[in-house]
Structures are given as C-alpha cells and as structure tokens.
Design a protein around this ligand. Structure first.
Ligand code: SF4
Length: 490
C-alpha cells in the first residue's frame, strides 16, 4: 500500500471568517494516524475578497464593527504575522495544485460556500486528481454534486470512510461500493472516543487568531459531544439524528469522555499555546450533574478561559457558578423567538418565556457574561409574532443580543416547510450571508414581507433597547452592563 499519497484539503472559506474549523482538524488527524502524512491545506480565509463572485462579502466582523455591534479591532498582535495575502486566491490555488500535484483533493463544503468551491474547482479542470467532497450540505443534497467535479460524494461522518478510500486508491482500486459513498447507505455513527486529538498543525498559525473585545486572541475549538438531543426545525443537528437512526439504526448524539477531551486540551496548549478555548459543542450542559462535575474537575487544572453555548432550559445555578469560576468569558444561550406558541409550533422549541428569563437571571447572578440569539423572518411569522421577540429580548437582561435573518438550509425540516408553503423554490441553494442581505422567503400577507423582515432586522436592537428602558423606569429591573461582543460565528 502506497502511504505516500499526496492529500490536499480545500477549505473554501468565506473571506476573514476566522473561526478555526474543527472538522478539517479532526479529519487531518485521522488520516495522519492511518499513515498518510503527506497532507496539506489550502485555506481561502486569508486571501483578498473575490469581488467578482456575487456571493462574496467583506469581513463580517468589520462590517459589524462599523455598525457599532462589534468592538473595533486591528489585525495586529505582537510577534505574530497576521497580514492578509496579497495574491489572488485562485491563482495561488491553481499554482499549488499544478506544482504540488496532489493525488487526492478533499473539499469540506457547507451550503454557503458551494459557489465559491465550484469556482475553485473550475480553476483546475485541466489537472489530474481524485476529488472527495463532504460536509453537511453534501450529506443532505448529494444529488447536487453528481454534476460537479466530485469523484466521491461522501455523506455523514468521514472519519472512517476517508482512510478506507485512501487505502483503496493507493492500491489502484475503486471505492464506490463503500458505505457513506453516495448513493450507498451510510454506516453507523462512529465511537467519538476512538478519534485522535485534532490536528491544527495543518493550518497556518494565523488561522487560530480572532478578534474578541477589541483585541486579537489565539483560540481553538473542542467538541465535548457530537450532535444534539433537541429538535429545532431550523437546525440540521436533529436531522443527523433522524438520518442515522433511519439509515443505520445508530445514535448520532454521543458524548466524549472527560479523559478524551483532556487529551486534546493538553495537546492544544502544548502545541499551540492557545489563550482561549471555544467549546463548540452544539448544546453544552446536556449532561448529568455528575458528568458536569467530572468535566469541571478536569478543566480546573488548565485555567484556560473559554466560550461556550447552551439552551436556557439547561443552566442551573450550580453550573453557572462553576462556569464562572472556571473562566467562562461568554455564555451564549439561543432563545431564537419570543412567542412561546410560535416557538413550539414553527421552531420546535418547547418552553415558557419565564424559563429563558430565569436562565439569564441565573447567569447574571453568577457573574457570567451572556449573549443571546434571535432569528427574524421565520416561515409563517407575522410582525406581531416578531414583536414578541423584541418584548422577550427586553426582559432577558443579557449583555449582548444578536439578531439574524432566517436562512433555509438544506437538511432542515424548516426548509421543507418553506418549500411546501411555496415561500422558496426547491432549487434554492443558500449563499453566503452578509448583513444587508434580504430574506430568501417570499411570504403572502399576513406573514412578514421582505420589507418587514428587513425593517425588524435593522431595528431589532433599537426596539428592544427602547423597551428595556421602559421596563427599567417602571419596575425594579436593573440593567447589567453591555459589552456588544457577540461570540456566535454562525
Ligand atoms: S439549534 Fe441548538 S439546541 Fe436546537 S437542535 Fe440545533 S444544536 Fe440543538
């Protein structure tokens, strides 16, 4: 078996969306452990914006900073080269492929970067290599890739199928019979505790930096679990659970052991000297108190500040106090909508508003800094519904609030709802989002029009702050400090 195969990862990322991607870091570690060490990465993040691509948009954090939603910052840190490349990214990409001559190119694609990925592939049509494509968009819309430069369309987790394919290719064999290769069925979800620690050495060192509170910090991601037990209809995490149950009779939602996480945290500290950890787990705190305490005991050894996110139903005073003591810089709790009936019927989130208000009170009492997300422009949402989100946001008393316009991604039940209602065309591929982009949904009255959604998005912060002031003047509501520092990158 020829373990000298040259393997190139293509990360067609949006310009300066600087969160380090854990998925590629895990796959790189998996294939290196399997003996394939001739591995490189082409990361589009730090190249100049492609102004000819309709879907390309400038550094989102910079746009937000100009709008006063994000503290201003400079890409400067002593002793670190954080300069943006000067070369056109397609020229750099074509040169890398033609000079290095990879045997295999593995592309990790999300729906927003599909058009960007196609443009990269168009640059190398005359070059020889075997192309693998994977990621959530490929998993839920594999048929779209049948007409693209994609020899192996990979659905679900790639941690097992990619090494198997590389072995077959290195022996000159074909791998189209393997599970997870479209159109074959998938294999059961893997045991996440058998994975190696992530390999961030594949990224340029500057990929691990991002702005936070006006400064540039060094950060890496760790997952404590894969999947999520909840069923929000705008999210593809529950679809993974359904897909794995249906096709493989296995559970997608899996916890990593504390020991397995610790191995990775030590590795990140020793190899990369990170300043902050991002626990990117879909919903942190979906664990028993006993498991949480064991995690906290492990984590207390490292005194490493961190961000994380959870759901309002899960936070207890004990956890909030512990997170604060362990160095949680920001806790993000998505509330997503303010009308409990709408939240239940359309979004699939079932809890009363008091639960959300109480969760933020618990966090505030523990001294945690909090962020909350709301989405605007759901299918069947009226302006009256949306004003309930404004009302709830005003009652939460959290440090920062992010508002996003709903995007109908493939693989989510809510997208199907939109197609069935005729609010979007079934052929829609959601492109990169930017701050001034209108909703994809075209809804008849009495639901929100494009203009209504744009208005509510542009004015959400102003409206809830005004309502918050009213509440302050009429009750014992005491506003906590605002830091205007969103953590959520999505
Ligand atoms: S939005 Fe969050 S809580 Fe809801 S299903 Fe997705 S990951 Fe889980």
């Amino acid at each position: 078996m020829n373990k000298d195969l040259k393997i190139l990862f293509l990360y067609p990322n949006q310009h300066m969306r600087v969160t380090p991607p854990g998925g590629i870091a895990i796959l790189s570690a998996v294939i290196k452990r399997h003996g394939y060490t001739n591995v490189k990465l082409f990361d589009a993040t730090w190249y100049p914006l492609d102004t000819e691509l309709d879907t390309a948009h400038e550094d989102r954090d910079k746009v937000r900073s100009r709008k006063g939603m994000f503290p201003d910052y400079k890409w400067e840190k002593e002793g670190v080269d954080l300069t943006v490349e000067t070369e056109n990214m397609y020229v750099a990409w074509k040169r890398m492929v033609s000079e290095w001559k990879p045997d295999v190119i593995i592309s990790s694609i999300v729906e927003d970067t599909y058009y960007l990925w196609k443009k990269f592939m168009d640059e190398v049509t005359d070059l020889e290599f075997i192309s693998f494509c994977g990621g959530p968009f490929v998993t839920y819309a594999p048929q779209i890739f049948e007409k693209d430069r994609c020899d192996y369309i990979l659905r679900g987790e790639g941690d097992e199928v990619i090494p198997e394919l590389l072995d077959l290719i290195s022996e000159g064999k074909d791998g189209h019979h393997l599970p997870n290769v479209h159109p074959n069925p998938m294999r059961p979800a893997i045991d996440v505790n058998t994975l190696p620690s992530t390999d961030h050495t594949i990224f340029p060192d500057k990929a691990l930096y991002r702005p936070f509170q006006g400064k540039i910090i060094k950060i890496a991601t760790v997952e404590t679990q894969r999947g999520c037990p909840f069923k929000c209809k705008f999210c593809n995490s529950p679809s993974n659970a359904g897909l794995y149950k249906e096709e493989t009779d296995s559970l997608f939602f899996r916890h990593r052991t504390v020991e397995h996480q610790e191995m990775e945290i030590i590795d990140l500290i020793e190899k990369h000297d990170i300043e902050v950890l991002w626990i990117v787990t879909d919903t942190f705190l979906t664990m028993s108190t006993r498991k949480f305490d064991a995690w906290a005991e492990m984590y207390s050894k490292y005194k490493l500040p961190f961000f994380t996110q959870t759901r309002p139903e899960l936070l207890t005073p004990h956890q909030a106090k512990t997170l604060k003591e362990l160095g949680c810089l920001k806790l993000n709790m998505g509330v997503e909508h303010g009308d409990p009936q709408f939240r239940k019927d359309v979004i699939g989130r079932i809890y009363q508003n008091e639960k959300a208000i109480n969760a933020f009170k618990i966090a505030n009492d523990a001294g945690l800094s909090t962020t909350c997300n709301f989405i605007i422009g759901y299918p069947y949402e009226t302006k009256e519904h949306c004003m309930q989100s404004v009302e709830l946001a005003a009652h939460l008393n959290c440090n920062d609030i992010n508002a996003f316009i709903y995007t109908p991604y493939h693989g989510t039940p809510m997208r199907d709802m939109c197609v069935e209602a005729g609010f979007i065309d079934d052929s829609l591929i959601a492109e990169m989002r930017y701050d001034n982009q209108d909703s994809y949904l075209k809804m008849p009255a009495p639901y929100m029009s494009t203009e209504d959604i744009r208005y509510m998005y542009n004015n959400f912060v102003r409206l809830f702050r005004a309502r918050e002031k009213e509440l302050q003047s009429t009750s014992s509501f005491v506003k906590i400090e605002t830091t205007t520092e969103p953590i959520h990158a999505g």
